[in-house]
Design a protein around this ligand. Structure first.
Ligand SMILES: [Zn+2]
Length: 444
C-alpha cells in the first residue's frame, strides 16, 4: 500500500560532505515516493493520514548506490580455474535452457533484494545473461515487486575470444560490428553499454593476460558514438594503463576497475570531450581483486595464474585510485558484487578499503557512494541525496556511519521510492564474512 511517512527526530546525513549532519528534524515522504518536506518539528505540518516513525537516536541518509554489480551470482567463491570444457557444458546443458533461465532469473531477483535489504537502493548491473536484467528492471518499474532502482547493460560487448566471450558477451571485430552490437543491446532495452577493452582476471589463461588490450580505439570510439547519440553511457572494463588510454581516447563515460595513470590519462579523465558529460569517471573495485591477490591459495582456492593476475591488477588499480584522489578525478563506488568474495550486502567494505588505502574520510566516501555515484550514472536529478523532490531512497542506521563506516552494514530500515522496509533481513554467507573480517590481519 502506498502511504506517506513522517520521520521524527531525524539525524540526517544528506549525502553531501559539506552539509555534515543535522539533528532533530522531521522529514516527510509522500505517497508519490518522493521526499516532500524537511524541517524543524514545529514547522512541518504532518498530514493526519501519514504514518509516523520516531527515529530518535538513529541516523538517516540516502540509500546506497552500487555502480558495478552483476546479479547472476552472490559472491560465494567459485572455482576461478574452471576449465573451458566445463564452462561450455554448464552453459549449454544447464544455463541456456528454459528451466536454467528461470532459475537464473530467480537468483538475480534474490540478489537484488539482498542488496536492497542491505541499504542499496540503486544498482547498476554491468553484464548479465539473456537480458534477464532488463526484465527484472521492468518488473520493478511496473510495481510487480518492491526492488532497487536498476540500471542494466544486458550482455557485455567484447571481441572474438575476448573477456566474457562467448557466453556473457556479444562479440564484434570492427567498428561496424561494434555499432551493431550496441544497436542489438539497445533494441533489447538496456540503459547503458558495457564494453571489455582488455582481458579480465576471471578468464585470463596466462599471467599478464588480464590487462592485455582487446578492443581497438576505433572500436571503442564507434561504440561511444553510437551510444552517446541516443544519450546512453558507456562503461569500460579496463585492467591496464594502455587499456585505460584507449578507452579514454575512445570516449567512454566510466572506467571500471582502472589502472595506474600518466599525465595524458589524468588529463583525459578530467576533460574528455567525447564523453557524454565531458569527463570520465573512475569506478575502482578493490574488494573484487584484494582477497584473491593477497590471501594464500590454500584459503581462496584460486589457481596460481588467477592469484598473480589479481595481484597485478590490484596493485595497478590501487595506484590509479590514489592518483585519482590526488588529481581530483571524479571517483564513484562499485564492488563487482557476484565475483568471488564480493557479496551484494557489504558495500561498506569497499568504502572501508578506500579509507584504509587513500586519504579519503568517511564523509567523502559516503558522498561518493550516494551523490557522486548518482551524478556519474546520470541519476542525480532523481536520487543520491536527501533533497525535497528526489526519490525517498533512504536508509536508517542505529549507529553513525561518519564515526564508523561499518554502521552501514546494519540497516534498521530501508526505503526505496517511498516504500518502507521496516525490518530488513539479509542472508549472509558465513564463510565469506569470516574470511573478509580477517583479511587485513592475515594478508601476506
Ligand atoms: Zn564486473
Amino acid at each position: 500500500m502506498k502511504t506517506g511517512y513522517a520521520f521524527k527526530n531525524c539525524n540526517i546525513i544528506y549525502g553531501e560532505a559539506e552539509k555534515g549532519i543535522d539533528q532533530g528534524l522531521t522529514m516527510l515522504t509522500g505517497p508519490d515516493g518522493l521526499i516532500q518536506e524537511i524541517g524543524k518539528a514545529g514547522d512541518v505540518a504532518v498530514p493526519s493520514y501519514y504514518q509516523t516513525i520516531d527515529v530518535a537516536g538513529k541516523y538517516i541518509m540516502p540509500g546506497l548506490i552500487n555502480a558495478h554489480v552483476h546479479l547472476f551470482a552472490d559472491g560465494k567463491p567459485f572455482a576461478l580455474s574452471a576449465s573451458e570444457g566445463l564452462l561450455n557444458f554448464a552453459f549449454h546443458h544447464i544455463l541456456d535452457t528454459s528451466l536454467g533461465r528461470r532459475i537464473l532469473k530467480k537468483r538475480m531477483k534474490k540478489n537484488a533484494l539482498t542488496a536492497l535489504h542491505a541499504g542499496v537502493t540503486t544498482m547498476r548491473s554491468v553484464g548479465e545473461f539473456f537480458y534477464n536484467d532488463v526484465q527484472l528492471r521492468d518488473e520493478i518499474q511496473a510495481g510487480q515487486f518492491v526492488g532497487p532502482n536498476l540500471l542494466v547493460s544486458g550482455y557485455f560487448l567484447s571481441v572474438t575470444g575476448g573477456h566474457g566471450a562467448p557466453y556473457l558477451a556479444l562479440t564484434g571485430d570492427s567498428p561496424w560490428e561494434a555499432r551493431k552490437n550496441v544497436r542489438i543491446n539497445v533494441k533489447n532495452g538496456v540503459d547503458l553499454i558495457k564494453i571489455c577493452v582488455t582481458g579480465g582476471v576471471t578468464d585470463a589463461k596466462m599471467v599478464g593476460e588480464a590487462g592485455r588490450l582487446q578492443m581497438t580505439e576505433e572500436e571503442v570510439a564507434a561504440v561511444c558514438d553510437e551510444a552517446h547519440k541516443i544519450g546512453i553511457r558507456v562503461a569500460a572494463h579496463v585492467e591496464s594503463t594502455e587499456g585505460v588510454r584507449i578507452a579514454l581516447r575512445g570516449g567512454v563515460d566510466t572506467i571500471e576497475h582502472g589502472a595506474e595513470m600518466d599525465e595524458e590519462i589524468i588529463h583525459l579523465y578530467k576533460n574528455n570531450p567525447k564523453a557524454l558529460q565531458g569527463y570520465t569517471a573512475l569506478i575502482p573495485t578493490l574488494q573484487a581483486a584484494y582477497p584473491t591477490a593477497r590471501l594464500d591459495v590454500s584459503l581462496t582456492k584460486a589457481s596460481a595464474t588467477v592469484k598473480e593476475n589479481s595481484r597485478l591488477v590490484y596493485d595497478s588499480m590501487l595506484k590509479g585510485l590514489q592518483q585519482a584522489v590526488e588529481h581530483g578525478v571524479k571517483i564513484g563506488v562499485g564492488t563487482d558484487a557476484a565475483m568471488s568474495y564480493v557479496t551484494h550486502y557489504d558495500l561498506w567494505r569497499e568504502l572501508d578499503h578506500m579509507m584504509r588505502r587513500t586519504k579519503l574520510n568517511a564523509s567523502q566516501v559516503i558522498e561518493m557512494v550516494t551523490k557522486v555515484n548518482a551524478e556519474i550514472l546520470g541519476m542525480d536529478h532523481l536520487t543520491g541525496s536527501i533533497e525535497i523532490g528526489k526519490y525517498a531512497d533512504l536508509i536508517v542506521m542505529e549507529r553513525n556511519p561518519l564515526e564508523d563506516i561499518q554502521a552501514l552494514s546494519d540497516a534498521a530500515m530501508v526505503m526505496v521510492r517511498g516504500r518502507l522496509i521496516t525490518a530488513p533481513s539479509v542472508t549472509r554467507i558465513q564463510e565469506v564474512d569470516e574470511l573478509l573480517d580477517r583479511v587485513w590481519s592475515i594478508q601476506e
